[in-house]
Design a protein around this ligand. Structure first.
Ligand code: SAH
Length: 346
C-alpha cells in the first residue's frame, strides 16, 4: 500500500524534498498543486520536472480513498462512505449551515472507546487513519464543492474514532488544513472532539494552536458516566475537569461540552443541577445534542419539548448552553451508522 502525498505536513514535505536535493520553493509549488489546484494526478504538475514526477508516482498516490456510497439529505447533509486502499471503510459527512460548510472527518477505522450509545463502537478499531487519509476525506468533499465554486469552511473531527487515540496524525492533518498554502482554514474553524483522554488533553493544552476543543461529557456524575462511557473508569470526572481547567489556564478558548440527551437516562432535572455544579466557573458551554437512535443500543431520544425543558433548566442555573438542531435525520447520519450497515452489523 503506497502512502498518500497528503500525509506530509509542509515541513515534512520540505525535508523530504531537501533530502532529494531539491530547493525549498518546490515545496510551495507542490502544496499549491495539491491544495489550491487540487490535482488528481502527479502528471498535472506542469512546472515540476519529469524525474520528480516519476519519483512521486513510484512512492505515493494522491487519493487513497474511493467512494463506495453517497447519501444526500434534503437539508443539504451529505454522507460519504469511502473505501481505503486496504479495503477498510470510513465515513465522512458534509453539513451545510448558514455560516458555512463543515466536514465531519473520521480519525480511525472503528473505535475502541466503547461508548454504549454510539454506533461506531459496534465495530472495534482496526487501525488509525494516517494524516493523509483524513486529508483525503476533506479533499474529496472540497473537489465536489469546487464544481459549484464553494468551499469547506469548517472541519470537525467527530466522525468515527477517537482523535486523541491517534494524536500525532490528527495534529499533522490539522496543520496542513490550517496551513496558508494548505487549505488555509482558520484554526478557530477547526474542532477536535474527545471522549476525555486526560493525558492527551493536557498535551493538547500545550500546543500553541487555536483549534476548538470539544469534550463528550454526556453525564454529570461518575456513576452514570462510567456506565455510558468506559473511558470514565480510567479518567473520572475530577481528573477530566482538572485537565480542562489546565487547558483554560493555558488557552483563552471556550470549551464545548457535548451532552447527548438520552431519554430517562441523563435528562432529568437533577442531572441539570449536577451539570451546573460541575461546570460552574469554567469557560465552557454545554451543547445539547439530539440522540440519533442506534437500534442495537436500546437508548431513546428525548422529544423536543423535554429537550427544551432541560435547556431552560440549565439556563436558569446559569449554564450557557445551546440546543443543536438535528441534521441528516432522513439518512444514516449517526456516527458509524452507514459503515456498520455496510459491514452488516446493523
Ligand atoms: N471519539 C470522539 C469523537 C467522535 S464522536 C468523541 O467521543 O468525542 C463525536 C460525537 O458524537 C461525540 O460527542 C459522541 O458522543 C457523539 N455521538 C456518538 N453517537 C451518537 C449518536 N448516536 N447520536 C448523537 N451523537 C452521538
Amino acid at each position: 500500500m503506497k502512502k498518500t502525498i497528503y500525509d506530509f505536513t509542509y515541513e515534512q514535505l520540505n525535508t523530504w524534498l531537501m533530502d532529494k536535493g531539491e530547493k525549498s520553493y518546490r515545496t510551495k509549488q507542490i502544496f499549491q498543486w495539491l491544495y489550491r489546484r487540487r490535482i488528481t494526478d502527479f502528471a498535472m504538475m506542469s512546472d515540476i520536472k519529469q524525474s520528480l514526477i516519476e519519483t512521486f508516482n513510484e512512492d505515493f498516490v494522491i487519493d487513497p480513498i474511493k467512494l463506495k456510497q453517497r447519501q444526500a439529505s434534503k437539508d443539504g447533509t451529505v454522507k460519504y462512505l469511502f473505501e481505503l486502499q486496504d479495503g477498510f471503510l470510513v465515513e465522512t459527512v458534509l453539513m451545510q449551515f448558514d455560516y458555512g460548510k463543515s466536514v465531519c472527518v473520521s480519525s480511525q477505522v472503528g473505535c475502541n472507546m466503547g461508548c454504549t450509545f454510539c454506533a461506531s463502537g459496534l465495530l472495534k478499531k482496526n487501525r488509525d487513519l494516517s494524516a493523509g487519509e483524513m486529508m483525503a476525506q476533506v479533499m474529496y468533499v472540497q473537489k465536489e464543492l469546487d464544481v459549484r465554486e464553494e468551499r469547506v469552511s469548517h472541519i470537525v473531527i467527530m466522525g468515527t474514532g477517537e482523535p486523541f487515540d491517534n494524536y500525532d496524525n490528527v495534529m499533522d492533518f490539522l496543520k496542513t488544513v490550517n496551513h496558508d498554502l494548505g487549505l488555509a482554514i482558520g484554526a478557530r474553524h477547526l474542532s477536535v472532539s474527545t471522549c476525555g483522554i486526560v493525558p492527551r488533553i493536557k498535551q493538547f493544552a500545550r500546543e500553541k494552536v487555536q483549534y476548538n476543543l470539544a469534550i463528550s461529557l454526556h453525564a454529570p456524575n461518575d456513576a452514570l458516566r462510567s456506565k455510558l462511557m468506559p473511558i470514565n473508569q480510567a479518567y473520572p470526572l475530577s481528573d477530566l475537569m482538572d485537565a480542562l481547567k489546565e487547558y483554560s489556564t493555558l488557552n483563552n478558548r471556550r470549551i464545548t461540552l457535548e451532552y447527548i440527551l438520552l431519554k430517562d437516562v441523563n435528562d432529568q432535572p437533577e442531572h441539570a443541577t449536577q451539570l451546573s455544579k460541575l461546570v460552574k466557573g469554567m469557560n465552557a458551554y454545554v451543547n445539547l445534542i439530539p440522540y440519533n437512535v442506534v437500534d442495537e443500543h436500546g437508548f431513546r431520544a428525548v422529544d423536543v419539548a423535554s429537550a427544551l425543558k432541560f435547556y431552560d433548566k440549565l439556563m436558569k442555573l446559569g449554564v450557557k448552553s445551546t440546543l443543536r438542531k438535528e441534521n441528516g435525520g432522513d439518512i444514516d447520519a449517526a456516527c458509524g451508522q452507514l459503515r456498520a450497515k455496510a459491514e452488516g452489523k446493523l
